[in-house]
Design a binder for this molecule. Sequence first.
Ligand code: NAD
Length: 340
Amino acid sequence: GKLGYAIVGLGSYGLGMIIPQFKNCEHSRLAAVVSGDPAKARRVADEHGLPARSIYSYADFDRIRDNPDVDIVYVCLPNAMHAEYTIRAARAGKHVMCEKPMAVSVAEAESMIAACRQAKRKLMIGYRCHFEPFNLEAMRLAHTGAAGKIRYVRSEHGFVQGDPSRWRLKRALSGGGSLMDMGVYSLQAARYMTGEEPVAVTARESTDRSDPRFREVEDMIEWTLEFPSGALAGCQSMYSANQNRILLMGDKGRIELEPATRYEGNRMWTGKDGREQAVSPPPGPARTQFAGQLDHLVQCVRTGAEPIVSGEEGLRDMRIVEAIYRSAREGRTIRLDGRA
Ligand code: NAD
């Protein structure tokens, strides 16, 4: 049979993107919903044939412990709520899928990993690009040397913000601006495309603080990662323009994705010196990236394997995120390898 997921947070991602994906899953099903809006929760439960006992509010969430239909809790809440709900889920004996960014600090991420370890439960981060066919193919090509030695990566992600009152622009709920949202894609891509861990980061921020959207969080931030091989990654995120691009420059060719990390419609080219060819149709799994992600955690629960995007993987990003902010603030390069 399939394992059951409880979706916590019926917002644009949990309700709009994830719940409709269970029909594409082989091993996962919707088993419960957790929401602050009882009418919405009831409507979603009715649409998906869930019994009334599988509807929870945030206040009575811990009762989920007694629901054997729920194996995994999927946290789709504002960033600053990820740690609390991940830890409560683990204490209720459930495995956890937590959206990105994993948390708003390294300390929170560490406490989430500790809670899941103590409860002997799996923790996976919702890094869907690790299940997206073009990104998987680009990784395979990059790692097998199809473009030669990767010397340079460019990764740019932006998503225009509107209403200043939304949680993404409130530091207490988001933990930061574009870096905590689209910047995570730029950072992740630099790491999974090179297959290396950065040894240093240098960052710079540019935000119009008179713009009512950016009173509390940054708009644009740009950072360069240095890798042990000598490769550099120029990464960027912003909240004042839409952009979605990854470029890998090797000494024998290039791999380019644009859009690179969208929900659908991604495109990719490979080649050299202006003779790039479109890669199409995407090789790899035919299922959607979302279904691949949901089913992966189920397989890990069943086999005992660690998720390919575990809590530790989320923690690595959180450490780099803190270093990016620190570098921008202090105006200097921050070492990530413990060297002076
Ligand atoms: P959203 O605002 O659409 O939904 C957030 C949900 O949390 C809403 O249902 C809201 O009612 C609920 N909520 C509970 N307490 C809240 C509070 N105090 N303030 C505001 N909302 C509260 O946001 P979203 O776009 O669904 O994002 C949710 C999470 O998913 C974020 O961590 C985000 O980074 C992540 N996300 C991931 C992807 C992806 O592609 N992996 C895409 C979008 C969002």
